[in-house]
Design a protein around this ligand. Structure first.
Ligand SMILES: Nc1ncnc2c1ncn2[C@@H]1O[C@H](COP(=O)(O)OP(=O)(O)OP(=O)(O)O)[C@@H](O)[C@H]1O
Ligand SMILES: [Mg+2]
Length: 287
């Protein structure tokens, strides 16, 4: 039992009836365990809106999102504790400013655990550990979150969600604004969380290199509709990827270019720079 979308539509207030919704008739099943999913699509395709339906922050205009067996529909149920769903499905916002609000980093990260009745001492320890996980030293605990750099804010907002230890992690562009090395360190952290705990992780990104390298499954949104649900290998073998305004990963583009221009017999579907280099070396060495 994980997250099940059934015929979900969402229309922001003020949108005309004649236009499609921000989410259009999405049916989708996400397991509670062991998935590493990339959610992609061009700007405005509905990724952040869909993400906010995964933990009942937003309620569908029609259709049902079932989160760990609890139905979330347009009509609020007074008996449902929607907050408990937000603890189980931790959502990191696209813009950290939406999430950070306390006067110190420590208080900010402690807020989630404290809200779920963890003692102050334990919450403090959790904050320290979470900060370490995202690669920031303890010196940051006393800092004001609003005076941090963009990348640091992003890391602190991720730490705040990690500290709550949710069952499922939904990360809205977790690597945007980070330097290239920081991106991979963070993605490796998510990968190790997934491997060690079996938690399902869903990340939104525009970076196809990250999708190819880390995700097991890709969801593509186009104008609010789910137009692809499958493996990265299947997605990037699709000759019509551009119709969804998506790029090919760099490794694949380079190998494809070499293959076509030099006529080399290459397996271009390599998802890391290292593997692409090995494939080129193999082709060069071949007698
Ligand atoms: N608060 C809002 N009120 C009205 N329309 C909105 C609101 N938030 C988003 N939208 C619209 O809904 C659509 C989907 O927006 P959303 O933020 O989900 O896209 P996205 O795929 O996350 O884009 P990006 O890649 O730029 O983050 C867009 O057309 C956007 O303009
Ligand atoms: Mg977005």
């Amino acid at each position: 039992m994980g997250i099940q979308f059934t015929k979900v539509n969402y229309r922001y207030p003020g949108w005309g009836r004649e236009t499609y919704g921000a989410i259009a008739d999405v049916t989708l099943s996400i397991s509670a365990k062991d998935e590493f999913i990339a959610l992609v699509g061009h700007t405005g395709s509905g990724k952040s809106t869909l993400a906010q339906h995964m933990n009942a922050l937003m309620f569908p205009t029609s259709g049902t999102v079932e989160i760990f067996g609890i139905p979330v529909t347009a009509k609020r149920n007074k008996k449902t504790d929607y907050n408990s769903l937000r603890k189980r499905v931790g959502l990191v916002f696209q813009f950290p400013e939406y999430q950070l609000f306390e006067e110190t980093v420590e208080k900010d990260i402690m807020f989630g655990p404290r809200n779920f009745r963890i003692t102050e001492e334990d919450a403090r320890e959790m904050a320290k550990n979470a900060l370490k996980m995202v690669g920031l030293s303890e010196n940051y605990l006393r800092r004001n979150p609003f005076n941090l750099s963009g990348g640091e804010k992003k890391r602190v907002s991720i730490a705040g969600i990690l500290a709550m230890n949710p069952d499922v992690l939904v990360l809205d562009e977790p690597t945007s604004g980070l330097d290239p090395r920081g991106k991979h360190t963070l993605m490796e952290l998510f990968r190790s969380i997934r491997e060690e705990t079996g938690k399902t992780i869903i990340f939104i990104t525009h970076d196809m290199d990250l999708v190819y390298r880390y995700a097991d499954r890709v969801l593509v949104l186009e104008a609010g509709s789910l137009v692809f649900d499958g493996t990265p290998d299947k997605l990037f073998r699709d000759p019509d990827l551009e119709r969804w305004h998506l790029d090919y990963p760099a490794t694949l583009s380079v190998l494809d270019n070499v293959k076509k221009s030099l006529g080399w017999d290459l397996d271009i579907y390599q998802n890391t720079v290292g593997k692409a280099a090995d494939e080129l070396k193999r082709a060069v060495r071949r007698p």
